[in-house]
Design a protein around this ligand. Structure first.
Ligand SMILES: [Zn+2]
Length: 225
């Protein structure tokens, strides 16, 4: 990366911060995003700082899922930072935004896994119509009520819950191929350094000190994808 690009990124970052201070988050987001994109990936501290401020700007615009994704990356790059504290405060055991209750956390993890799986079968990765979206949402909600009623979630670990969420196969209107999207979902995560399979509650292999499920194996909301 040459000096001009570096200076451009620095200027975009400075201007983005200025916009934030002036309560113009809508202008800050594209500037901070440009600064993040132009940052050398090897400059982890700087990248973490820029991602953190991008997450703050996104939060102000109520784009919470994207803010959480940005924060997740920021804290991973710099575990001893303000980004990590914010991550601990805002994320839940699935590595998603923390909701008002553990039940809502469970529901949104289930919902994300199912919607991501469904959209993974669609060529455009999005719903083609409101009717399609409504039908799929209804099927997911019905499946969720069934799972809750079964009593299997009560007192179960996050690992078990994720296995239940992923294992719950919904009859969507089209044949839905399995799409790996989260921990416990079809793929097996392996910690190559230690030569063993990673379970959801194990320490993440990236060295963050967080559980795998809350770090590199976090459940992503469909909006992030
Ligand atoms: Zn990790």
């Amino acid at each position: 990366m040459d000096c001009t690009e570096r200076a451009k990124a620095q200027r975009a970052f400075r201007e983005g911060l200025r916009d934030l201070v002036a309560h113009r988050a809508d202008r800050a987001v594209p500037r901070l995003r440009a600064a993040v994109e132009a940052t050398d990936p090897d400059r982890k501290g700087l990248l973490s700082l820029r991602l953190y401020w991008l997450s703050v700007a996104l939060l102000r615009l109520d784009r919470v899922d994207l803010a959480i994704a940005s924060l997740a990356s920021a804290q991973k790059l710099r575990p001893r930072s303000h980004a990590r504290d914010a991550w601990e405060a805002r994320s839940n055991c699935y590595g998603m935004r923390r909701r008002e209750s553990p039940e809502l956390d469970d529901f949104h993890a289930f919902h994300s896994i199912q919607i991501t799986r469904y959209l993974g079968t669609r060529p455009s990765r999005r719903f083609a119509s409101a009717a399609e979206s409504e039908l799929v949402m209804r099927l997911v909600a019905t499946a969720w009520l069934g799972l809750r009623k079964s009593g299997q979630l009560e007192g179960s670990s996050v690992e078990r819950r994720l296995a239940l969420f992923s294992g719950c196969s919904i009859d969507f209107p089209r044949p839905a191929a399995r799409q790996p999207s989260a921990c416990g979902e079809g793929i097996v995560a392996v910690d190559f350094k230690r030569g063993r399979i990673l379970r959801a509650s194990d320490r993440c292999s990236c060295g963050s000190g967080l559980s795998w499920c809350r770090c590199c194996g976090r459940t992503k909301s469909p909006r992030e994808l």
